[in-house]
Design a protein around this ligand. Structure first.
Ligand code: C2E
Ligand code: CA
Ligand code: CA
Length: 426
């Protein structure tokens, strides 16, 4: 069966038809729900299986959507991996929630791509006329806000609410607030442990920034870091993170070998010529022993300007800092750059780790990355390990370092110290 056999409107047709829908609902006083559905990791599906594989997923997805939908429901494709499902004449919000749950349930079953079984997940943002929006543009905009909220958990959906709008970045001056955050002590660093898979010993921790806004609560870093990158505030934030991390590791209990701390560095910061001086200064301020600090740089940041990145990374190495290539496998990399890579560690992207037990292709990629890294004398970190089965599988594959909720979630300093004191290697 192909997509053509099912009716799937395009964006323009959807806009036109939605206008009509709204008109009739206005006159009858009935409700309508709009579900904005985004398939995750679609770029990667295209990358691994080719466009033909991507199309197979889209076709199958449309078939499943049609199966769960009522005959009066309406489906449109509005982006590369985005669909809109319109549910006319619903009684209440519960009806929309039920449809979203049903849609999520259709994804439980793996997709077959060229004969390989593959897990597909999607986020759904829901908006309801007339409760949340009065016209087409507002409906879609608010569904988008709900979708951002839903993306914090790939297996869930989210229905628009004032509260979501308030905490999402759309409605307030995040830049201005972020400036104040540094001065008002609203930022803190959490630590997520890393354990040596082969010896069971603690290896160190990744430092992850947290922002607790006095009124809006926790703001996720994947929301405010991109804004800080655009505004230039990322330089100030990185300076804060670096110094806070190097200050706090001095309080960690001494267990023989010094534990490493990994700090995330954005592409924008890596391009800044004075970054090496900042690292040197921070190491001097806190008398950090060489080798205790690791800098995590995403593969995509590295690829933005390979020549400059390599120069900077080589300088950082002379300061004794470790270099870890983060989110490895998502950067569309050519393997050629590997020959001279100034790094000591590869961090396999969590999206490969999450499904490696259910998905032969993901397991194969993890295995290949481990072999590749070892061939170049690099340590391999696997993050996103959520259960003992994945932990054991990675150990078996020869992976060096483990990080993930199975060991511990990121914790504030005092809890991390407690965790270190209680930790027993298996
Ligand atoms: P990342 O560097 O890839 O960090 C890993 C993220 O995965 C963290 O989310 C961590 O809490 C989460 N994680 C770890 N283990 C698991 C697991 O087993 N399951 C699941 N579902 N998630 C797991 P977090 O702390 O929300 O950070 C998100 C991103 O924000 C980071 O991704 C990083 O790109 C950025 N970020 C965080 N702190 C900083 C910082 O200080 N500076 C910069 N430039 N970026 C930062
Ligand atoms: Ca990281
Ligand atoms: Ca990562």
């Amino acid at each position: 069966m192909s997509e053509q056999q099912f009716k799937v409107a395009d964006r323009d047709t959807l806009f036109r038809d939605l206008k009509d829908f709204i008109k009739t609902h206005q006159s009858t006083g009935k409700k309508l729900a709009l579900l904005l559905v985004k398939i995750h990791r679609f770029r990667r599906i295209n990358m691994v299986f080719g466009y033909e594989g991507g199309d197979q997923v889209l076709n199958e997805f449309v078939i499943r959507m049609h199966r769960m939908a009522r005959s009066k429901d309406y489906i449109a494709r509005v982006g590369n991996s985005e669909f809109i499902l319109v549910l006319p004449e619903i009684m209440n919000e519960g009806h929309a929630a039920l449809a979203a749950t049903k849609l999520q349930n259709t994804l439980e079953e793996s997709f077959s791509i060229n004969g390989n079984m593959h897990k597909v997940s999607a986020s759904i943002g829901v908006c309801i006329f007339p409760d949340h929006a009065q016209d087409v543009a507002e409906l879609i905009n608010k569904a988008e806000i709900a979708l951002v909220d839903a993306r914090s958990n790939p297996r869930l959906f989210s229905i628009f609410s004032e509260k979501i709008e308030d905490t999402e970045v759309y409605s307030w001056d995040i830049e201005g607030e972020l400036d104040k955050a540094v001065d008002n002590d609203e930022l803190s660093l959490y630590f997520q442990p890393q354990v040596n898979l082969q010896t069971g010993k603690v290896f160190g921790a990744e430092a992850l920034i947290r922002w607790r806004h006095p009124e809006k609560g926790f703001i996720r870093p994947d929301i405010f870091i991109p804004i800080a990158e655009q505004s230039g505030q990322i330089h100030k934030l990185t300076w804060w993170t670096l110094n806070t991390a190097l200050r706090l590791i001095k309080e960690w209990p001494d267990s023989g070998e010094p534990l490493k701390v990994a700090v995330n560095v954005s592409a924008k910061v890596l391009k800044d010529m004075s970054f090496v001086d900042s690292v040197r200064a921070a190491q001097n301020i806190w008398s950090t022993p060489g080798g205790q600090l690791t800098l995590e740089i995403t593969e995509s940041a590295l690829m933005e300007d390979l020549t400059t990145s390599f120069i900077t990374l080589n300088e950082l190495k002379t300061l004794g800092a470790g270099i870890s290539i983060d989110d490895f496998g998502t950067g569309y990399s050519s393997m050629a750059y590997f020959k001279n890579i100034p790094a000591n560690e590869l961090k396999i992207d969590q999206s490969f780790v999450f499904y490696m037990l259910e998905n032969a292709m993901d397991r194969h990629i993890v295995n290949t990355v481990i072999d590749l890294a070892h061939g170049f004398n690099l340590n391999v970190v696997a993050e996103g390990i959520e259960n003992i089965e994945t932990f054991n599988a990675l150990k078996e594959l020869g992976c060096n370092i483990a990080q993930g909720y199975y060991l511990a979630k990121p914790m504030p300093q005092n809890e991390f110290i407690q965790w270190l004191n209680n930790y027993q290697p298996e």
